[in-house]
Every structure is written in C-alpha cells, then in structure tokens.
Design a protein around this ligand. Structure first.
Ligand SMILES: [Zn+2]
Length: 412
C-alpha cells in the first residue's frame, strides 16, 4: 500500500461533511463535534497494523507505531478548529500524519527502523477559552497553571470543568511531558494562513521558526484644555505625540529587514471633540524572527516615543502586555524539508511563521523541530473561505512524507 495523497484529500472532505455547517468547520475543542472528529480519526488509525493509541493526561491523542529503536519521530497536528473555521487548518496535518503512518506500517511490516508517533494536540486554537496551545504547552511544561486554572468561556464555564468532562484532570496535565521522553524529531505540515507562497506562486515552503513578539501599551499624558480657547502653541496634546508613532513604526519595520509592527488600538481621554486630548493610549505589536532585531525595534519605538513626547511637552510611559522570544527550528531538519520539497519537483522557499503553532511548544521542550507550509488561496484562514488547491494538498502530503523518511533516517 503506497502513499496515497488523494486519500488524504478525500478524508479531509469526509471530515468536512461530518463536522462543518454552512458557516464552516465547527470542531471547537471540548465540544461534542470535536469529540466526534476525534473518534473518527481514532477509527481511521485503529485500522493501521501495529499502532497503539492512547490519550495522555492533557487530552492529546497519541498513535504509536513502535519501531526497531525507541527513539521516536513525532508527526503533529490538531483536529480542533475555530468556530466557523476552514476545512484545512490543523486537520491537514493530522490526516497527512495518518497517511504516513499507513505507508510506514505497510512498508516496514508494522516495525519501522525508529518509532513513529502521530500526535493530535488538544485545543490548539484556544477558541473557547482564549488561550491557545493547551495540549502542547502542557506537554512542553510551559503552560501557566495558575492562569489556565482561572480561564472561563463566555458563559462563565471553567476550562478545568469542561476538560474534566473530557477525561482530563487539570492538575495532572503536565504529566503529559513524559510522552516526549524518546522524541528525537518533530515535524508538522500546515497551511500557510498568509499570502507569501501565493504571491511567489510557490506551492510549498520550509518554516524557519515562529516570530518573537513584543506587545506593549504606550500611554502619552498631556493636559486637557478647551478646544476653542487654547492657542495651538500652548497645547500639551497627547494625541499628537501618539499619532506620530503611526508613521514611525513603518520606518522601524523597514530598517529591521523582515520585522512587522502594528498599532492595533488607540483610546483617548477625555475623548470629546471640545477638549485637547489629555491621555492617549496605543497598543503596539512588534514581531521579528531575530531576537536582536526585535529588541532593536523595541528600543527604536521607545526612543521615538520619547522624542515625540518631548516635542509635544507631554509625558510617555510604557507597559509590557505580552512577549515571547523567537522560536527557531532545527537547521538540519530545515535542510531536509528543503530537500523533500526539491525531490517533489517544487522550488524550496524558507519563511518564518507569524502565527504560533504547536511546533513552537515542542521546540521549547528541546525536541528538534521543523514545519512545512503549503500555499493558502486568498491568503486567508480561520474563515470558511480558507482553501488550498487539491493538487497542492496532494503535493504537500507527498513532500511531507519524504521529509518524514529523511527525518527517520537521520534519527536512525
Ligand atoms: Zn492550525
């Protein structure tokens, strides 16, 4: 039974008809539809000779094909989706992994040279409780237990209670880390969710890592004063200083090479047209794959804000909202992914990932990791219009299988 990428496309459609409605995919983690999708995957995997299946303490589903060596190649994905999601995000990875398990079980008569494990991560999207990468961050040990313990959905239902209904004792989720004991490499296929490959007219890309993020609130403070009676030269206008940041961040991003900066919100006080703005708060999001470049972007934004504050006779203060360091994938696996793409008659292209993925958590746990991206039509995901050409899906499964073989040889 050779690899059959067409079967993966057929199974993606089968899953879509089972778990979507007219608004898109509805496989939100910890819902009955998600459980149904999980059961469906399990039934597929149960038919593969030599595969053992279990859920770990964090609700991650593991399918293990034990090999000659305990050292394991991990293939990851997530069957959960956002509400009204696309038909490929996450489940393409899982179902490509199922197809590779089938091929390996058959080719090696149930015993490949190294152990091969498919993991379907629990609640990658964090759609219901607002915190993504639940299962993989529990497995990596990086999960914030106190924060997660307090998470509630919009109806006030606690994550810990919902998880319990799905057989998960929240206090034991970190025990899932023992699943990584023999992990020697982790690979994940994903749709790009952006438009880089589309614009380059390339089907596949090798992912270098996930961007580091610095997210800050910047507050400028001036003085409220009557809009009619205050001469322009006597104003302490907090909005003027903040507004200068809007064009400054484009210069900062340009200087950084590959970085991106966004001012995503702006609030003013008193917020009436008859007063000069006393206080203006903006939120700035900066991302870069290079840690030093990211810190330079942050330093540039700080000095810019101080300059504009001084020019406008206002004060400025900074407050960190959230940050994460860039997470870099393994160089040797990156080369193997390039090689697998070339052997599939496609042109390799290296790129960072803007969104975080489970692969980032596995990297943080110290397992050599790489991801492969396949082109997204429209450059859109988390939307029912999310799509990829079927020929590209088939090519992706084909190339990803080659990567799996290269990684297996590397481990062996
Ligand atoms: Zn995803």
């Amino acid at each position: 039974m050779p690899l059959n990428p067409k079967r993966t496309v057929a199974e993606l459609k089968e899953l879509r008809s089972l778990t979507s409605d007219e608004n898109g995919a509805q496989r939100v983690a910890f819902t009955p539809t998600w459980a149904k999708a999980r059961k469906w995957v399990r039934e597929k995997v149960e038919k593969i000779a030599g595969v053992e299946i279990h859920n770990d303490t964090a609700g991650n589903l593991w399918a293990t094909l034990t090999g000659e060596s305990d050292k394991a190649l991990l293939i990851g994905g997530h069957i959960d989706s956002v509400p009204n999601g696309g038909w490929l995000d996450g489940c393409l990875n899982t179902l490509a992994g199922v197809e590779i398990l089938r091929r390996m079980s058959d080719q090696h008569r149930g015993k490949p040279p190294v152990t091969v494990r498919l993991v379907d991560w629990c609640d990658e999207e964090g759609a219901r409780f607002g915190k993504s990468l639940f299962g993989s961050s529990a497995c990596s040990g990086k999960i914030d237990m106190d924060e997660t313990r307090g998470l509630k959905d919009k109806d006030g239902i606690r994550l810990v209670d919902v998880a319990k209904d799905h057989g998960i004792d929240f206090e034991k989720v970190k025990d899932s880390g023992k699943e990584l004991k023999d992990a020697a490499a982790y690979i994940e296929l994903h749709i790009e969710q952006g438009s880089v490959l589309l614009d380059l007219d390339l089907p596949l890309g090798t992912v270098l890592g996930t961007l580091g993020v610095e997210r800050h609130a910047i507050t400028f403070r001036g003085q409220a004063a009557h809009s009619g009676s205050t001469p322009m030269n006597r104003r302490h206008d907090a909005f003027l200083a903040a507004a200068k940041m809007a064009s400054e961040i484009y210069e900062i991003a340009k200087r950084s090479g590959q970085g991106v900066c966004t001012i995503g919100s702006c609030t003013t006080k008193p917020g009436i047209v008859t007063s000069v703005v006393e206080e203006c708060r903006i939120a700035l999001d900066q991302r870069h794959l290079d840690a030093k470049a990211l810190q330079q972007m942050l330093a540039d934004a700080k000095s810019g804000s101080e300059k504009f504050a001084k020019e406008g006779n206002v004060n400025v203060s900074w407050e960190r909202i959230w940050s994460i360091e860039p997470i870099l994938f393994n160089n040797e696996l990156i080369q193997m992914a390039d090689g697998a793409i070339v052997e599939s008659d496609a042109k390799p292209h290296r790129m960072p990932s803007g969104p975080l993925h489970d692969a980032a958590e596995v990297t943080r746990a110290g397992v050599p990791t790489v991801m492969m991206f396949v082109q997204s039509l429209h450059g859109i995901s988390h939307n029912k219009i999310e799509d990829t050409k079927e020929e590209h899906l088939e090519l992706a499964v084909f190339a990803f299988d080659k990567l799996a073989d290269k990684a297996m040889q590397w481990i062996a």
